[in-house]
Design a protein around this ligand. Structure first.
Ligand code: ATP
Ligand code: MG
Length: 446
């Protein structure tokens, strides 16, 4: 993509309304535009990141055995009356009346909708386990929408719903989601820790929140410092291997704790020596619940056991804040110049900077390299503006592309380009061919 033909409305000034760094940087980098309180349009750069995050979530959900569907944003109030939540949910729910005076609502979540689908088609132990998920916009009329996309009113969520014959099997489905979350957030370059949670308005008796650690987090947590080094990415996972899945969950849970609101002290699931307890702040990016038969009973999702008995199906729900993650990743990865995207979610793989636009030789070298980078399968943003070098570098640093290739008249004399790593500023003089092959290697398999 040539920058002169792209739509990248970067701002020079820091927007006054933005209180946290991710919100400031998303506005300055031209990623989103507020439409009304807590509601945003996704501009091209922001939309690219959102889609890449979505894609990782899709891949990891399906790797764990969940099946994609797409349910509507608008739901019927009657379904929510059956579960009893229409009145319980309160003012966060946006209630709508259609032209026939029927009560509708903009879905804040989909437990009722998915349970209705399940009960319509499934009636036997042979139909379970099943895990169905979608990535869909939600609306919650939050009292205080703030921090940009981190606490919006309209936001994109992945929500999965599992259906099992009994509690033991439902807990395995729950554990599968927990492990898939560890992989999902790990792929985005995040350290996300699962922490036992209150089950809240959805109810039930088994719940974990996934928090990424960042100074601006809304939740204060205690963490076992040893576990901050726990790594996950390189492991082979067999999602059918119940013992392995359980072992991973046991290793990761219990060693993180939140402050007990009433006593202001760390409550760990397992013994953690005082000197290893560190405090941190966390941003919630995911939430998993097991809630048993809370919805299957009122909505009549019954299945026959092998013995012919009809029982209510056991369920859980599993959310990921897809749009919140865009802000969350920036909170976890930026410096005073701007965003630093992990390669797995970056909007462009590499930025190409022409130091002397209009100079025939430099232009030709840039055009050639632009073509080669694209031919190698890389997504390139070519800054072909007639601008000073300093302004071009500042834009690349602000929008956070992990790699930059710079071509100028001086380097061309010795046949080299500069390859710069955004994270450290480390720069290497390399031939254009080397730049292409190094970048292709870096992005292989991402
Ligand atoms: P919170 O405590 O932050 O309000 P929640 O418990 O209401 O979250 P869930 O209902 O579990 O959230 O939703 C699943 C995920 O959706 C959350 O973990 C979070 O990442 C995301 N999410 C929830 N509310 C919002 C919001 N207003 N804006 C953006 N993302 C949200
Ligand atoms: Mg909430």
């Amino acid at each position: 993509m040539r920058l002169t033909r792209y739509f990248l409305p970067v701002l020079k000034e820091t927007p006054a309304e933005a209180q946290i760094v991710s919100h400031r940087l998303m506005l300055r980098a031209g990623m989103v535009r507020q439409a009304s309180a807590g509601i945003y349009s996704w501009l091209p750069l922001g939309y690219k990141v959102l889609r890449r995050i979505e894609e990782i979530v899709h891949q990891e959900q399906q790797r764990a055995g969940a099946i994609p569907v797409l349910m509507p944003t608008i739901q019927s109030a009657d379904l929510w009356r059956q579960s009893g939540r229409y009145d319980d949910y309160g003012p966060e729910m946006l209630r709508i009346t259609d032209r026939h005076d029927r009560d509708m609502l903009y879905g804040p979540t989909n437990e009722e909708q998915i349970t209705e689908i399940f009960q319509a088609y499934c009636s036997s132990y042979r139909d379970v386990p099943k895990n169905l998920y979608h990535i869909q916009w939600k609306f919650r009329d939050e009292v205080r929408p703030r921090f940009g996309v981190m606490r919006g009113r309209e936001f994109l969520m992945k929500d999965a719903y599992s259906f099992d014959l009994d509690k033991a099997s439902a807990i395995h489905s729950y554990n599968q989601m927990m492990v898939s979350y560890l992989r999902t957030f790990g792929r985005m370059g995040l350290k996300a820790v699962p922490m036992r949670a209150e089950s809240g308005p959805i109810g039930g008796d088994y719940a974990h929140e996934f928090l990424i650690l960042a100074e601006t987090g809304e939740t204060q947590v205690f963490v076992d410092s040893e576990l901050l080094d726990l790594n996950f990415q390189d492991r082979e996972i067999d999602y059918h291997d119940q013992a392995q899945i359980q072992a991973i969950c046991d290793e990761w849970t219990g060693a993180y704790a939140r402050t007990d609101d009433t006593h202001d002290q760390a409550v760990f699931e397992v013994e953690v020596p005082k000197e290893r307890q560190v405090t941190a702040r966390g941003i919630e990016v995911g939430h998993i619940f097991y809630f048993g038969t809370k919805y299957s009973e009122p909505l009549g999702a019954m299945i026959a056991t092998p013995e012919g008995e009809r029982v209510a199906v056991h369920s859980g729900s599993y959310g990921i804040g897809v749009s919140r993650l865009v802000g969350g990743i920036i909170e976890a990865s930026h410096d005073d110049k701007g965003i630093i995207w992990p390669e797995s979610v970056t909007p462009f793989d590499v930025g190409l900077v022409n130091l002397k636009q209009g100079d025939a030789e430099t232009d030709a070298a840039c055009e050639a390299l632009y073509g080669q980078l694209k031919a190698a399968g890389l997504d390139v943003l070519y800054d072909d503006r007639d601008e000073r070098a300093g302004a071009k570098f500042a834009t690349m640093e602000l929008i956070g592309l992990p790699w930059r290739v710079t071509i100028g008249p001086r380097g061309l004399q010795s046949g080299t380009a500069e390859l710069t790593w955004r994270r450290t500023g480390e720069t290497h003089e390399v031939s254009p061919e080397d730049a292409v092959s190094r970048l292709a290697e870096t992005y292989r398999g991402l």
